[in-house]
Design a protein around this ligand. Sequence first.
Ligand code: FES
Length: 298
Amino acid sequence: MATSFGTRSEKIVYNIASFGQIVLTSRRVRIQTTDYIQGEAFQTEKRTVFGRGWMPLCAAGQIAKPGDFLAQAVGGWSMLGVRDTDGAVRVLRNACRHQNMPVAGQPSGHCESFRCRFHGWTYDLQGRFLSAPPAVAPADTSPGATDLLSLPVRQMADLVFFTVEEVSSGFFPPDPGQPYSGTIVTDIACNWKVCLEHLLGSQGTSEPEFAWFWPVLVVRRSGSVVLVEQVVPHTFLRTKLFTHVFGGAVEAQKFSAAMTKEACERQQVERANGTPAQGSALVAQFHRQLDEAYSGSS
Ligand code: FES
């Protein structure tokens, strides 16, 4: 069944009034070109953008079988998605309760339990503490003191979402209506905002069904193929792009993903040199929502 995506297209005209400062015609905004190259802005975004509302972690198909896991830093939050033995998807903080080190030391894989490689605390697939070597055994073995922290989870549109701050509502993409084919993972040396701006600015005229879901998801439908592009803010200068493919061949999307990487890394250099993002209605809308998020940080 064809699904119609709503497109946000409020037109905002902006100009550059001074070096490094993007200014709306009606008011100043806080986002500056330095926000693309400095960690301070990323820390603000960790609280005000990524720490509020539902954030995508991965496609449900990336952790399809019991024991599959995916560890991912999302906007500064270190998360661990896992499918437990009952088939339920869980999102846990990837932080050992002994000394806060990452429990999963690799980005993805399959296991029957998680054994922290630092001192050997072990957890089951639901994050429950199982055991520890006597020399480092916890004095307090109550679940609240030793289990991995578990976060609220939703599965929507074949994606796994989590929230750091408990919220009941959210804007989620529609169901793709096509089977999951696979995910291309692209590492990009850029700030996440550069990647978003590139995706929002690259809506083709042949893509009548194109939608952006604040803050990091872009959905395109072309015929029977649905692409869900998930920007994963890794650090302030590293971004991953998950291209989730539904209803088509993954291989056919690899060239496009490689082109996105090349374009984003070029645009990151431009931002570092003080050149702001080129305008489009969606990019301007993105900046405005960022501005609102930044405004709520103080
Ligand atoms: S930090 Fe995990 S066992 Fe010590």
